[in-house]
Design a binder for this molecule. Sequence first.
Ligand code: HEC
Length: 95
Amino acid sequence: MKNSVLILMAAAAFLTSCGPKSTAVTGPKYSSTEKIAEGKTIFENSCNRCHKLPDPAKHDDQGWIKTLSRMAPKAKLSDEQHQMVYDYLASANKK
Ligand code: HEC
């Protein structure tokens, strides 16, 4: 039982590190407080133009990859800004 948990964790780590690289953002990149704070600012300034600012807890990390790859072009974010907003959301959705 213990072993299968370890194998699952190793598989998850493998999948997240070697997942498809087709979209710009596939996982966390920045972890510095400054970049995450910048992501929060961009999020607050760019994501409430067409609808209310969404709750970061609305999606888990995987869900935000999908939603943000649809919304970042709408908000005209650069890849860099897209990444920072993603990292902010991924850090803010943890309860
Ligand atoms: C140009 C207008 C526009 C901008 C800017 C915009 N959105 Fe949206 N958003 C929409 C529309 C239209 C919908 C509803 C249709 C849909 O889901 O695609 C939506 C739906 C959503 C949803 C609900 C659907 C889901 O997958 O949960 C979330 C969350 C969301 N947007 C997040 C964001 C974030 C984060 C940003 C900033 C990066 C953003 N949006 C910027 C137009 C916009």
